[in-house]
Design a protein around this ligand. Structure first.
Ligand SMILES: Cc1cc2nc3c(=O)[nH]c(=O)nc-3n(C[C@H](O)[C@H](O)[C@H](O)COP(=O)(O)OP(=O)(O)OC[C@H]3O[C@@H](n4cnc5c(N)ncnc54)[C@H](O)[C@@H]3O)c2cc1C
Length: 818
């Protein structure tokens, strides 16, 4: 066995072998090694049903799946190894209008990434699937490119392709331990000897947590039991074959939570059942291979019945075999593909529940990331660092079982599922609840999404369209605009960067200038090497050598890991985690100064406390850091305080603010207001797929300040000409829905861009969207169209910040308020 390699891949399932194949394809073939403790495919891969569903609501996963299908079509020709790709198509049924809305929203994402999907009527469904009972159907969608593959053959073909490029595969070689030397090199110890390497990829399927334990990583993956059954042949299916008719598409009845396809003249039925338990909670037995569990027919029964009523012929054949195997899961059902946190050059390709479908794309992006230093598509949806320490074993069990049972439920954009909640709560949680808060969860934190007032039921109302909470938000926005509102943003990620090297470190990490004055605040972006936007920080200068950084709560591990991995190795810069120690209450609205002044002795006038500055003040007797910034475009302060004092501040404000009309507002109102200000958000308008200039962040980029991370690529891209440009759009003639993001933007019927986000702006009384378009169509006044839930609406490019473009309210120009 080799003793030295650039990359060691652990795990010979389809996911690990695809990573090896793609590294070899990028030219590293002579230097990459895969270790498999048993035979290739002896984990989950051998018993997978092999379906390749393109359908996925995530922008990242959609692109990963699309790549896979395109690759799989070519593998047989490339390697000479048949992969059994049956491109039979995929038909998804809808039994109600909400399901159709889900399909329309999915189709929008599909269109913008170039996946072909057609809408079909019940009559067309019958033509495609003559054995289907179309009663109760309202329509469906059809992917003609979709189908299924033989997972073991696919893996062997990828292995052949990798070996042909020099890669080595060592079977029957178990990884026992992994260590990183101070030099950064990894030592992978196996039962056949040791290998030193620069990078390790963990692709160990159901063993993910065991592999993580070897280096002290708590990987948020726990598998769930998943079953499918194979029937005896059915004469009608055999007859169809005999008549030379093509195989029918894979059929999915989402509302019955099952899929059905032909298999050797019979059927395969795969359900996603309620009550399927997590398995291998502490990892499988090290010797486990080709392992299946006892089938649970009771769990299958409701789905068998649903399938029998939809396809009566299915009820006419006996069950030949039931497979019950472990399927890896994460709390949101998407895999984790990318760098591990806290360690360098350890890569995760784990948590795949559709691993046959995702393996190709996952290997492709991982190879780009490792060899070239960055992925080429926005991988936020599959980023390993999108979870945090809160994802404990108990949380994973609750969430993964819930996610599995919900694979086929309607994925509403505002869906907030209950399992594993509440988990992380701000001290004011109960107070907010009493005031009517309806909560959502991000990064484990409970955050008020909106407030049920005026006798409304304190229950969320999920929809693709404007729903019950629309009017509640209108009231929250109105009160924040006329009086004063309070928003709990404790979930913000917070940290301190300090030490003699702090300023020069931050100066290199961000494209903007580091705030110079004490108490100065700047909005700053950390770019990646390609000039795309990786992270957004609000940075406040606390002291000469100390900076306080605030970023999106959901991206805490990602943002902080990015900073930590770039710290100089000489102890001149310290990173201090502050998220759990500091709470944040945001006070916003024209009466916010008047209110804050009632509980503080500090002069809060424009002259004494200007916009974009911070000061240490006291609220009552509690010392806080007040920052005159917000994300909603009103006069206001973010009050950053020691977590234990939150309720003192909360009570003091509500006591003093009653006659001023103080009311809480939630995240959804904030989102509506930020759209009116054209404020960008990481993960939608800001992404590694777009340069900081394409996201129109010019005023936060200072190319003349000297070198910074991503500067060269950013400037090269600018000189070559932007490929996209971020615009704000006003959508007309729509009264029951708004853009949700990933909507196609069209000019003369041609797709020329995609909306990144959208919603209703109550202060401007207009439906708004932000989106990326071709630069020549970015001029204000340009008339475009936007597709929203299957219909096209006029969309006009308008100047940024349709509400208060001059920031007069934020700056309180006349000093009129207070
Ligand atoms: C019943 C069922 C049906 C499914 N149907 C589909 C489907 O239709 N479509 C689809 O896309 N997906 C399907 N899946 C999911 C799919 O099987 C998995 O997502 C996929 O196989 C994951 O591949 P992998 O390479 O990540 O894991 P695995 O195939 O489990 O491979 C991991 C490998 O790592 C090895 N390993 C672990 N630890 C070590 C170590 N210490 N040293 C060396 N080697 C190690 C293991 O031996 C194993 O071979 C199904 C799953 C189940 C259970």
């Amino acid at each position: 066995m080799r003793t030295r390699a650039k990359v060691v891949v652990i795990g010979g399932g389809v996911v690990g072998v695809s990573a090896l194949y793609h590294l070899a394809k990028k030219g590293w073939g002579d230097d990459v090694v895969l270790l498999e403790k048993s035979e290739l495919t002896s984990g989950s891969t051998w018993h997978a049903a092999g379906l390749l569903p393109l359908f996925n609501m995530s922008y990242s996963v959609g692109q990963v799946h699309k790549y896979s299908l395109n690759l799989y079509k070519t593998l047989e020709e490339e390697t000479g190894q048949p992969v059994g790709f049956a491109q039979v198509g995929n038909l998804r049924l809808a039994m109600n209008s909400d399901r159709m809305d889900e399909y329309y929203q999915y189709a929008a994402t599909a269109k913008t990434i170039g996946v072909d999907v057609q809408f079909v009527t019940p009559g067309e469904i019958l033509k495609l699937w003559p054995m289907c009972n179309i009663e109760g159907l309202v329509g469906g969608i059809y992917h003609s490119d979709d189908g299924y593959i033989q997972p073991a053959d696919l893996t062997q073909a990828l292995a052949t392709g990798a070996r042909a490029r020099g890669a080595k595969i060592h079977r029957h070689t178990r990884v026992l331990n992994i260590e990183q030397a101070t030099s950064g090199a990894w030592l992978v110890q196996t039962d056949k000897g040791d290998i030193t390497c620069d990078h390790v990829i963990s692709a160990t399927g159901n063993y993910a947590r065991k592999t993580g334990e070897m280096i002290g990583l708590d990987i948020p993956v726990i598998p769930v039991e998943h079953q499918y059954l194979v029937t005896e042949p059915h004469p009608q299916l055999q007859q169809r074959r005999g008549d030379g008719l093509p195989e029918m598409a894979v059929l999915r009845e989402s509302d019955g939570s099952w899929y059905l396809r032909e298999e050797n003249g019979g059927f395969i039925l795969g359900p996603y059942e309620e009550g399927a338990p997590c398995c291998y909670v502490d990892g499988p037995d090290p010797r486990a291979e080709y392992e299946l569990f006892q089938e649970d027919i009771d769990r299958l029964a409701p789905h068998i019945e649903a399938a029998m009523s939809r396809v009566p012929a299915f009820g006419e054949v006996g069950i030949k075999r039931i497979y019950n195997g472990a399927i890896a899961y994460t709390p949101d059902g998407n895999p984790i593909i990318g760098p591990a946190w806290d360690v360098d050059n350890f890569w995760l390709n784990e948590g795949h529940s559709f691993g046959i479908t995702a393996a190709g794309g996952a290997g492709w992006q991982l190879a780009e990331w490792i060899v070239d230093g960055e992925p080429t598509i926005d991988m936020l949806g599959v980023e390993p660092r999108r979870f945090g320490d809160y994802a404990t074993k108990d949380y994973l069990i609750a969430k993964n079982e819930e996610t599995y049972a919900n694979v086929f439920v309607i994925h509403y954009p505002d869906e907030e599922r209950p399992a594993g909640r509440p988990l992380r709560i701000a001290p004011c949680y109960e107070r907010m609840k009493e005031k009517g808060a309806v909560f959502g969860q991000r990064f484990g934190w409970e955050r008020p999404n909106w407030f049920a007032t005026d006798g409304m039921e304190q229950v969320d109302d999920w929809s693709f369209r404007r729903s019950k909470w629309f009017e509640a938000i209108r009231r929250e926005v109105a009160n924040t605009t006329e009086n004063v509102g309070l928003l709990d943003m404790t979930a913000f990620a917070k940290c301190r960067i300090s030490g003699p090297g702090a300023e020069s470190f931050l100066d290199y990490m961000i494209a903007n200038r580091v705030p110079q004055k004490l108490g100065g605040i700047s909005l700053c972006h950390a770019l990646n090497k390609n000039g795309g936007v990786h992270s957004e920080f609000t940075i406040r200068r606390d002291a000469n050598e100390s900076f306080y950084l605030v970023s999106a709560g959901a991206l805490q591990r990602l943002d902080h890991d990015y900073l930590k991995k770039h710290l100089p190795g000489d102890d001149s810069v310290r990173f201090t985690q502050l998220t759990d120690a500091i709470g944040v209450l945001v006070l916003a609205g024209p009466k916010s100064r008047q209110l804050l002044q009632r509980v503080s002795d500090t002069d809060l006038s424009n002259e004494a406390f200007p916009w974009l500055t911070a000061q240490a003040i006291a609220v009552g007797s509690v010392p806080v850091n007040a920052m005159r910034v917000n994300y909603v475009g009103e006069l206001g302060w973010e009050i950053h305080h020691a977590m234990q004092h939150q309720n003192e501040i909360f009570d003091a404000l509500f006591e003093a603010g009653e006659d001023l009309g103080l009311l809480p507002f939630g995240i959804r109102a904030m989102d509506s207001m930020r759209l009116e200000k054209s404020y960008r958000m990481v993960g939608t308008e800001l992404s590694i797929e777009y340069s900081a200039y394409e996201s129109a962040m010019d005023r936060f980029v200072k190319p003349d300040k000297g070198d910074f991370l991503g500067r060269d690529a950013l400037m090269a891209g600018k000189n070559a000409g932007n490929r996209h440009m971020l615009v704000t759009l006003v959508v007309s003639d729509i009264d029951d829905a708004d853009a949700l993001g990933n909507n196609a933007l069209l000019k003369d019927g041609e797709i020329i861009g995609r909306a990144t986000g959208g919603g209703f702006g109550f202060r401007v009384d207009q439906s708004l969207a932000l989106g990326m378009v071709q630069p020549d169509l970015a001029e204000p006044g340009t008339e475009l169209e936007i597709e929203i839930l299957g219909k096209n609406y006029p969309a006009t490019v308008v100047p940024d910040s349709p509400f208060d473009a001059k920031n007069e309210r934020l700056r309180d120009v006349n000093g009129a308020n207070g």
